[in-house]
Design a protein around this ligand. Sequence first.
Ligand SMILES: N[C@@H](CCC[C@H](N)C(=O)O)C(=O)O
Length: 323
Amino acid sequence: MVKLLKVHGSENKFFILDQTLLEKALNDEELKRLAINLCQDVLDGADGLLVIDTSENCLGKMRVINADGSEAKMCGNGLRTVSRYLCEKYHLEDFKVETMSADLSVSKADDFYENVPAFSVEISPISFQKDTLPFAYKDLDQMIDEHVPEFLPDQSFSAVAVPNPHLISFVPEVSQLELGDLGQRLNRKNPYFPEGVNVSFAQILNTNKLFVQTYERGVGFTNACGTGMSATSLMFAMLHSDQFDPEKDIEVYNPGGMVKTHITLESQPENSQIRLIGNATFTHELEVPEDELHQNKLQTIQVTITGEEDNYRQFVNSINNKN
Ligand SMILES: N[C@@H](CCC[C@H](N)C(=O)O)C(=O)O
């Protein structure tokens, strides 16, 4: 029997599969099929599958398979949960995790709330270049606070890779209808973002206080997107310096709860540092025979509820009562 976990960071939900526990690792096609199946049908589904592999230079390697089977370079909310998993497995609190584009430093943080474990993770590398994202719009090499009427007539947009591609717009109030429509348009064949893009609308609530909602590439609406909230915090620091206090963390509220980010802005914004801090909650433990994973026939799953979700709900109630 192989143990899988169901986890979340700000209710951005994932399954974790530690491939190092298997007799034979799943190949890419098997992982893709398993991700689609788990995310659609198991325990009310999820937004992706996080795969842990061995790494030469780091404590472990994380791969991110979206709900539609596509692979992403990074996952901020997911990395916190993988960090907790590796921390508990190897009894270390400060280490690096290999991801597709970079080895990222992660560390255990103070609990977010009573019995709500939290981790702090590095979000990197940052790029604004059209070839990295990639995007194409007129003769722009970078899209920073640009008016793009083809997207929406009354908003301005910034594109940044961290390294997942993100399109960000600050709005007085988030319209789910407009966010969903734009997210769908830019994630099917389109002339602007050939590889799709995660689209976030952000509301500035106060100094260092944001609300961010994201339509994710390969998933759709999620409760929260870690790299999206990190990219939005960076754009907030760059574009709204009058409401940004660099000495303090930024509180980023989202439909699934709240995370904190810390932005150290450099004169070359691509050299800036981003930390994402938030919950790493394990909601379920699953036991599945290994051959059922390979065959993607999940017939004999045994599920144990951890009880951690009750603590997380108390945290969410506490922030709702405060606001
Ligand atoms: N939810 C994630 C991002 C997952 C990848 C994204 N959908 C993409 O395709 O770029 C996060 O928390 O960062």
